[in-house]
Write a protein that binds this ligand. Structure first.
Ligand SMILES: NC(=O)c1ccc[n+]([C@@H]2O[C@H](COP(=O)([O-])OP(=O)(O)OC[C@H]3O[C@@H](n4cnc5c(N)ncnc54)[C@H](O)[C@@H]3O)[C@@H](O)[C@H]2O)c1
Length: 313
């Protein structure tokens, strides 16, 4: 039986990954500090006798008994609100946490699967961004704790690959949304939905013309699963190629939620990218992967989940 360690497994993406690995008959050891994640996300997973959860900070070390086939390093502060609030733990989990995962993988003869990010491209000068683009990152701005530690994580992963020849996967994940995002995590989709459900003004940064491409979490997990099962060494983009402006997104969510919230325009955060869209040619060619869930459908599922879940989280 395949056995995985999933760091950050109690978070939004990590918990969906745990569910998928369990559905594929893997054994899963989730390691999470519960800083931004919650065991509520694992309510289905815990019913499996192939699942266990360890509350631990991977920046301090990572020890797991028994055989391991893959270490999935998904622990990170992931939303801008979280990493701006916790800049040092963000650096630590991207840098020290990644090294601990790599050492564990090396000791176990396992592979390392890194959840990297489109943020490695910074505020890109090339559109859409192919994996060969090196990015345009401000190394000292407030967002740099996230961007640079993920760039370090990629560098460390490639170094372990070169030195130890271990299997590695690096997925550069673009904005993903879906059930289990926290109401208050500060990312656009849950923020707009939360505001729309409460009938509060929906706060759009700037004039709302900046665009994003949004991938539904089930599509992302399918891409991750295909990446595990395909021989790959270099990074691969996973994301949706359809762009939507933040202003249009707010309107769409307001309609789908049946809300009469107003839309208010506020100041843009520092280094907020104008546009970001993946070039997913590689994922299409190598993984035969393209996102399948239309935005309206994914948003409707997310709205339904957020309506039913507590606003406390
Ligand atoms: N969701 C996205 O749109 C997106 C986009 C790009 C990359 N990613 C990457 O995917 C991964 C998951 O992101 P998410 O959106 O699910 O975020 P999330 O905040 O929901 O999950 C992150 C999890 O990591 C845990 N964690 C944080 N620091 C830890 C530490 N030191 N030790 C152990 N656990 C720790 C948190 O408690 C949480 O459960 C992250 O690595 C993130 O950088 C996500």
């Amino acid at each position: 039986m395949m056995r995985a360690v999933v760091t950050g497994g109690a978070g939004f993406v990590g918990s969906h990954l745990c569910d998928r690995l369990l559905a594929e008959d893997w054994e899963v050891v989730c390691v999470d500090s519960l800083l931004t994640g919650t065991t509520a996300n694992l309510s289905a997973a815990v019913s499996s006798d192939r699942f266990s959860i360890h509350e631990a900070d991977v920046s301090r070390g990572l020890e797991v008994d028994g055989p391991v086939n893959w270490v999935f390093h998904f622990a990170s502060l992931a939303s801008p609100r979280d990493y701006l609030m916790h800049p040092i733990p963000t650096l630590e989990v991207g840098a020290l946490g990644t090294l601990h995962c790599l050492r564990l993988a090396e000791a176990k003869g396992a592979g390392l699967f890194l959840a990297s990010t489109s943020e490695v491209y910074g505020d890109p000068k090339v559109h859409p961004q192919p994996e060969t683009y090196w990015g345009n990152v401000n190394p000292i701005g407030p967002r740099s704790v996230y961007d640079e530690s993920k760039r370090f994580a990629e560098a460390a992963t490639m170094a372990y690959r070169r030195v130890h020849g271990m299997p590695v996967r690096i997925t550069r994940i673009f904005n993903t949304y879906g059930p289990r995002m926290r109401h208050g995590d500060g990312r656009a989709v849950p923020t707009f939905i939360h505001q729309a459900l409460l009938g509060e003004p929906m706060t759009v940064h700037g004039d709302g013309s900046q665009t994003r491409s949004l991938c539904y979490v089930a599509d992302l997990i399918e891409g991750i699963w295909r990446a595990v099962n395909t021989e790959l060494t270099s990074p691969i983009n996973l994301g949706n190629t359809e762009e939507i402006s933040m202003g249009e997104l707010a309107e769409l969510i307001r309609d789908l939620a049946g809300s009469d919230s107003s839309i208010d325009y506020t100041e843009r955060p520092v280094d907020d990218p104008e546009m970001r869209r993946p070039d997913t040619t590689l994922a299409r060619d190598l993984l035969e992967w393209t996102p399948a869930v239309p935005l309206r459908e994914g948003l409707a599922n997310t709205i339904e989940w957020m309506r039913a879940s507590s606003t406390e989280i």
